[in-house]
Design a binder for this molecule. Sequence first.
Ligand SMILES: NC(=O)C1=CN([C@@H]2O[C@H](COP(=O)(O)OP(=O)(O)OC[C@H]3O[C@@H](n4cnc5c(N)ncnc54)[C@H](OP(=O)(O)O)[C@@H]3O)[C@@H](O)[C@H]2O)C=CC1
Ligand SMILES: O=CCCC(=O)O
Length: 290
Amino acid sequence: MEVGFLGLGIMGKAMATNLLRHGFKVTVWNRTLSKCEELVQYGASVGETPATVVKKCKYTIAMLSDPSAALSVVFDKDGVLDHINGKGYIDMSTVDADTSSKISEAIKEKGGYFLEAPVSGSKKPAEDGQLVILAAGDKALYDEALPAFDILGKKSFFLGDVGNGAKMKLVVNMIMGSVMNAFSEGLTLAERSGLSPATLLDVLDLGAISNGMFKLKGPTMLQNSYSPAFPLKHQQKDMRLALALGDENAVSMPIAAAANEAFKKARSMGLGDHDFSAVHETYKAPHHSS
Ligand SMILES: NC(=O)C1=CN([C@@H]2O[C@H](COP(=O)(O)OP(=O)(O)OC[C@H]3O[C@@H](n4cnc5c(N)ncnc54)[C@H](OP(=O)(O)O)[C@@H]3O)[C@@H](O)[C@H]2O)C=CC1
Ligand SMILES: O=CCCC(=O)O
């Protein structure tokens, strides 16, 4: 089946490659078109614009950085809306429910079908087809896309109306970002108080709060190595959007707010394109013992 794929960043490249490896015909587009070349080596075709991709394919998947990118690809000149009549559009980017609803309404008005489907899981799960897919919107399009979701992910959820996928994803990443900050504080506290942070990792791994993120990120954080799997600027975007969701629902979120400040500080230190675990650096400010 011919599917479109818009956005070949860390996630999009891995996901589109996976679809190609599993026999899908994929037409790709990326804002920086040169990034399509690697996918062509795996058998992809290239569309010159989002509109040409949508025109050619039964449905098109998007994996873009943030709300502004998601809106631009749909609404700008030569965008998705131009040829969406009768076609499906699946936005897997992490955005807020409002952005997703705007896109959904515009696509439906033009006779198209829309599904939001943000994902849990990062670069490696994307490469291994082990993502968790949080879909909402058009159920018929969800059913049609299941063969692709089965390749991209280990589990797909259908969460009902548009917005529920976006909200679920933001809640998950709000928790993840807060935990990453507590973890960074703990590593710094262990080191400053004379403990071995490597031993702390072993102790954590044997207890009730053992988790995949500590196991994966802990060793590289101890080496001050932050090669981006999940860029910090995107984690900060997710904290910001989750805090806005908290505002809308009058939910007090002091821990998430503090975590957001740390991610903002990390961005101001030039760490936005590093992995989100680089927030650890904000806890290493010069130390003055009394
Ligand atoms: N990395 C991860 O671990 C995960 C990321 N996510 C989410 O997935 C999405 C993509 O993440 P990731 O692949 O890491 O991000 P990257 O920064 O690696 O890629 C972003 C993509 O968006 C494109 N883009 C950015 N701005 C625009 C624009 N204005 N118009 C058109 N295209 C644009 C980029 O194009 P160009 O190449 O031209 O810059 C690139 O293809 C984000 O929403 C992120 O929050 C979700 C789960 C995990
Ligand atoms: O949005 C990014 C999520 C990263 C992860 O789930 O490991």
